[in-house]
Design a protein around this ligand. Structure first.
Ligand SMILES: Nc1ncnc2c1ncn2[C@@H]1O[C@H](COP(=O)(O)OP(=O)(O)OP(=O)(O)O)[C@@H](O)[C@H]1O
Length: 261
């Protein structure tokens, strides 16, 4: 375990957004962060990434307070793909991916051959090899998402934090992306809305409800009909084949409505 949060709290405008959250991210696996809209998934990811400072509690990277570590040292090993993407930049796809090499070479030095080779390798692994000269502003939503993930992979992170990485992707690219991130030699945390994909690909799940962690463990322990009904207000039928992953079939939402933000 290299990344953990201990009793972290965060609030905005005096309103608690996360409260008393303690998580230990298993090293080398894919951890899925699940929960309804507004439950605090992005906020927890941003705290784990050091992009937000906890108002209480601690985030530890290899046992050291993330808040006290130099930002450059953190970005050499921890990469983040946030939900919002700047659509205005006039850069080529290759240049965007090369941004991921800056922590390894310094902001003033230009990219070397090894940086270019690494950028091209990760573009190919994201199925974007043919688009390296395209301008970012001309890409589709799904292409942008894959380039952003390539940029994060170019950082060669040992911890990779992804906020809804399957957003904008068609089913082929969703499956390809999750297969890839589940197989890379890094500790990956991904906020996911699709509970069947979370069940299929994640080793470990964290379930948030209204800013609190209410369940953590392997998919078959977290994805139960009782938890889903309580947290999402939806009835499900969940089957778990022998030695397989849970499969959820959604029935009707409960009458008091879905838990929406
Ligand atoms: N800077 C902020 N100022 C005010 N409220 C905020 C701020 N950041 C987050 N919130 C609120 O905190 C709550 C949790 O937000 P967060 O984005 O972490 O949820 P989420 O689980 O990622 O949601 P979604 O599934 O909709 O992306 C929401 O109600 C959101 O409006």
């Amino acid at each position: 375990m290299s990344l953990s949060a201990h009793d972290v709290a965060w609030s905005a405008d005096g309103r608690p957004i996360l409260d008393g959250v303690t998580v230990a991210i298993p090293a080398g696996g894919l951890t899925g962060l699940i929960g309804p809209n507004g439950s605090g998934k992005s906020t927890l990811l941003r705290l784990l990434a050091g992009l937000l400072r906890p108002r209480g509690g601690l985030v530890l990277l290899d046992g050291r307070d993330l808040d006290g570590l130099p930002r450059r040292a953190v970005s050499r090993r921890l990469a983040v793909v946030a939900q919002e993407v700047n659509t205005e930049v006039e850069m080529t796809v290759l240049d965007v991916v090369l941004l991921g090499r800056i922590p390894h070479r310094g902001p003033l030095a230009g990219p070397g051959d090894a940086d270019l080779a690494q950028a091209r390798r990760v573009l190919a692994s994201c199925g974007m090899a043919g688009l390296e000269r395209r301008r970012w502003s001309t890409l589709s939503g799904g292409e942008r998402q894959r380039v952003n993930i390539a940029r994060a992979l170019a950082q060669e992170p040992s911890e990779l934090l992804l906020d809804e990485p399957t957003n904008h992707l068609d089913i082929t690219h969703q499956l390809a992306l999750l297969t890839m991130v589940a197989s890379i030699p890094a500790t990956v945390v991904a906020a996911l809305h699709d509970l069947n994909l979370a069940a299929q690909y994640c080793d470990h799940l964290l379930l948030l409800e209204s800013g609190r962690l209410i369940a953590a463990g392997p998919p078959e322990h977290v994805l139960t009909e009782e938890w889903i009904e309580r947290v999402y207000r939806v009835r499900t039928e969940i089957t778990v084949p022998a030695a397989g992953r849970p499969h959820l079939r959604f029935l009707a939402p409960l009458l008091d409505g879905a838990n929406d933000s």
